[in-house]
Write a protein that binds this ligand. Structure first.
Ligand code: SF4
Length: 270
C-alpha cells in the first residue's frame, strides 16, 4: 500500500520484548527515555530546568518563533513528527524555511491512506526533506503473533505495536520532538502547552500550533501554496489508519478516529 518511497530513509527497527503501555518510572523529576535508556532530566544548554517555568516563558511566542527557538536550542537533536495531515504541512513549511536541514520522521503503520502516502511524496519533492520512516513489525507478523485484525479487537495494543514502539525508536536520540496537535482538536487536547516535558518518552515536546485555528491553518496553506492531504477536502478533518478512520458525523473533528471505541489517542500524544 505504501508504494514507492524515493529519498526516504528506512531505519527499520528491531522490536524489543517490553510491555506496550508500560509507563516510565520518573526518577528525580526525569524519566526513562522510553527506549530502555537511563532516566533523563529536563535540561537546556546543559542545565536542569523547571519545564513549567520554561514553558511559561515561551507560551506567548508564535509558531514560527517557537520553532526557531527550538531549532536554536536543540537542532540537530530536534525531531519533527509528521503525519501528513494539514498541520504537518504547515509545520514542514515553517521549519524548512528556518532550517532546511531540519529532521522529520513519520510512523508508517502500513495502513495509511494512499492519499497520505501521496502527500508525503509531494512534500518530499517540494522541500527535499530529511524524512525518516519508522515502522514496527509487518502486518503479517502481527497477525501471526496477535491474531487477525488486532485493530478491531484491541486497538490500544495495535497502536502500541504500530505507533508507540516505532515512536520510541524515532525519539531515542532526540532531545525535543515537535507535534502538530492543537487545542482545538479535541477536549483532551484543550489544555496542551506549547512546550513541556514529555514524561512518556523522556524529552521536550513542542506543540507550535497549539493555539492555531482551522482558519489559520488553511490561510497558511493557501497563501504559501503548501501541498496538503486531499482527504481534508473530502470530509476527513483528522486522518490516521484506513481501518480506524471514518468521516465524522458531528462537529468533533476527531470523532471519526477509532469510531465505536472509547479511544481518542494512539498513545504518542498522551
Ligand atoms: S490506528 Fe488502528 S490500525 Fe492504526 S495502529 Fe492504531 S489500531 Fe492499528
Amino acid at each position: 500500500m505504501s508504494g514507492a518511497q524515493p529519498a526516504i530513509r528506512d531505519p527499520r527497527i528491531a522490536l524489543r520484548p517490553r510491555p506496550f503501555h508500560a509507563e516510565e518510572t520518573p526518577t528525580d523529576g526525569g524519566s526513562a527515555n522510553g527506549n530502555g535508556g537511563p532516566a533523563r532530566l529536563p535540561m537546556i544548554a546543559g542545565e536542569v530546568v523547571d519545564p513549567a517555568a520554561v514553558g511559561a516563558q515561551v507560551e506567548d511566542l508564535g509558531a514560527r518563533e517557537l520553532i526557531a527557538w527550538a531549532i536554536e536550542r536543540f537542532h540537530p537533536e530536534l525531531r519533527f513528527a509528521v503525519s501528513f495531515q494539514k498541520t504537518s504541512s504547515v509545520i514542514i513549511d515553517l521549519a524548512h524555511s528556518i532550517q532546511p536541514e531540519a529532521s522529520f520522521f513519520y510512523l508508517d503503520t502500513d495502513l495509511l491512506f494512499e492519499e497520505t502516502y501521496a502527500t508525503r511524496d509531494a512534500l518530499v519533492e517540494r522541500y527535499g526533506l530529511d524524512l525518516r520512516r519508522y515502522a514496527g513489525i509487518s502486518l503479517e507478523e502481527q497477525a501471526e503473533r496477535e491474531g487477525a485484525s488486532l485493530w478491531r479487537r484491541h486497538p490500544d495494543a495495535c497502536c502500541g505495536i504500530r505507533k508507540v514502539e516505532p515512536m520510541r525508536a524515532a525519539l531515542s536520540e532526540a532531545e525535543c520532538w515537535v507535534s502538530g496537535i492543537r487545542r482545538a482538536d479535541s477536549p483532551t487536547r484543550a489544555g496542551a502547552a506549547k512546550l513541556g516535558w514529555d514524561k512518556r518518552f523522556g524529552l521536550w515536546k513542542l506543540n507550535p500550533l497549539a493555539d492555531w485555528t482551522d482558519e489559520q491553518i488553511w490561510n497558511h496553506l493557501r497563501e504559501n501554496q503548501v501541498p496538503y492531504n486531499p482527504l481534508h477536502d473530502q470530509g476527513y478533518p483528522s486522518l490516521g489508519c484506513t481501518h480506524c478512520t471514518v468521516r465524522p458525523t458531528d462537529a468533533d473533528a476527531r470523532s471519526g478516529r477509532w469510531s465505536g471505541f472509547a479511544k481518542n489517542e494512539c498513545g504518542i500524544n498522551e
